[in-house]
Design a protein around this ligand. Structure first.
Ligand code: FAD
Length: 404
């Protein structure tokens, strides 16, 4: 499947990562990471820093999957609101999942600072708008439970929204803990950093077509018949992980995005905050370092890439219309459009950890905040390999769906 179509902005803005080496001979390593998107890059980062030898192999160009199409907002909000997640898995676990998500934004910032890589990381607030009265009621319930658990959150009345943001609305939730990055830049720069510093072996256009379990590890086979022997296997193949999984754990979704021509900074909204709305299908907004507006949403169930792509023009028009309804005075003109596929899970949580086989780890950051989940996956897998206990495994592991 094509994970995206059209012109993803990071692909246009950044030059193509120049590393195109393919695997040319059999290899032996400690850890094989399948997938060089933001998840594979973060796993490689954690392992390299812990002194664990690893190899990254990708069937496409490096970070050329969903990572290049991502609008890359980092928020502690999970797809399923806390009050709903609490009903599904209990209040304590649900709060822990939100806290882990919050922590991972701070951890990404530390990573960017420690490595010095260019990532266009920027802390920026989030404004979650109530689209109607039902949305407002839900936001109030969400506000109460987040307040109860000391999660960062404020409630804005419609008057405050109008006064501070010039938005006509019913009310909103606000917090200043979120961030935005350039996902492709972060991923490729991180991989380049560890190639240089830790001699990370990185292979593009190298598809892992199968693997066998050995007594002391695994032997993976590429499309050219070459082999990589490893003690641990990390599957960071994003939304194409189903070939490695015996059961269906995700629903695929088609999503649409666009970026505007650059504006002058004073034409953008207050704080340049990330904006989401409660309505389904939703609209979300962010800005870029060169003063463009990036927006997305209009999600629909994914059937195949041809049907997804056929909707691109129509969905772009809807996104534009929704934007102009929200900000009547901002002269937004579309420059690039694209669409992609991502996936969601029933509880909005990722799948991270071992499944059915020891030393084979999945790093599947599914959902709208895939990137924060990728950070959690990287830390959790490193801890598992080092034999350290990590309580997040019970929250995000496969066992939570046992019997389903
Ligand atoms: C339009 C859009 C907007 C989004 N916005 C956000 C957002 O605002 N915030 C957020 O957190 N998330 C967002 N997401 C989700 C986020 O982009 C993903 O969670 C993230 O990019 C997934 O990274 P990944 O490394 O797991 O997957 P990918 O980037 O897809 O990387 C997986 C890699 O595995 C490779 N691969 C697959 N199978 C094999 C194989 N057999 N052998 C070798 N290689 C293989 C693929 O080629 C691919 O490069 C968005 C997604 C889309 C499409």
């Amino acid at each position: 499947m094509n994970l995206h179509s059209g012109s993803p902005f990071w692909r246009v803005k950044n030059s193509l990562f120049e590393h195109t080496d393919q695997l040319e001979k059999d290899l032996i390593t400690e850890v094989l990471i399948i997938g060089s998107g933001i998840t594979g890059a973060l796993v490689a980062h954690e392992l390299c820093n812990a002194g664990i030898e690893c190899v990254v192999a990708d069937k496409r160009a490096i970070s050329g999957g969903s990572t290049v199409a991502s609008t890359a907002q980092l928020q502690y909000e999970i797809d399923v609101p806390l009050y709903k997640l609490a009903k599904k898995i209990g209040e304590k676990k649900a709060t822990s999942a939100y806290e882990a998500s919050l922590q991972s934004i701070a951890d990404i910032k530390v990573l960017v600072d420690d490595t010095g890589i260019k990532a266009d990381f920027e802390y920026i607030p989030t404004l979650l708008l109530a689209s109607n009265r039902i949305g407002l009621r839900r936001l109030k319930t969400e506000f109460e439970i987040r307040k109860k658990h000391n999660l960062p959150i404020s409630f804005f009345t419609s008057e405050k929204l109008k006064q501070d943001y010039h938005i006509d609305g019913h009310g909103a939730l606000w917090n200043n803990t979120s961030a935005q990055i350039d996902c492709y830049k972060t991923s490729t720069n991180l991989l380049a950093y560890h190639r240089k510093r830790h001699h990370l072996k990185l292979y593009a256009y190298t598809e892992i077509i199968s693997y066998e379990k050995l007594e002391d590890g695994f032997i993976a086979k590429t499309q050219k018949g070459l082999t990589i022997r490893c003690k641990y296997l990390v599957i960071a193949t994003g939304f194409e992980a189903s070939r490695f999984l015996p059961k269906k754990i995700m629903k695929l979704i088609s999503t649409y995005a666009l970026v505007s021509q650059p504006l002058s900074p004073d034409q953008l909204w207050t704080d340049r905050c990330l904006i989401w709305e409660t309505r389904q299908p939703y609209l979300y907004l962010r800005t870029t370092s060169d003063n463009r507006i990036m927006m997305g949403g209009e999600d629909i169930p994914f059937k195949n890439d041809r049907l997804r792509d056929a909707q691109m023009e129509r969905k772009t028009k809807i996104l534009e219309r929704k934007f102009h309804r929200l900000f009547k005075d901002i002269p937004m003109v579309t420059d690039f459009t694209w669409c992609g596929t991502f996936s969601s899970t029933d509880d909005g949580l990722p799948y991270i950890g071992e499944f059915n086989e020891k030393n084979r780890f999945f790093a599947l950051g599914y959902g709208g905040n895939g990137i924060t989940f990728s950070m959690i996956a990287a830390q959790l897998i490193k801890n598992k390999i080092l034999g350290k206990k990590d309580n997040r495994e019970t929250l995000f592991g496969f066992d939570r769906t046992k019997g389903s």
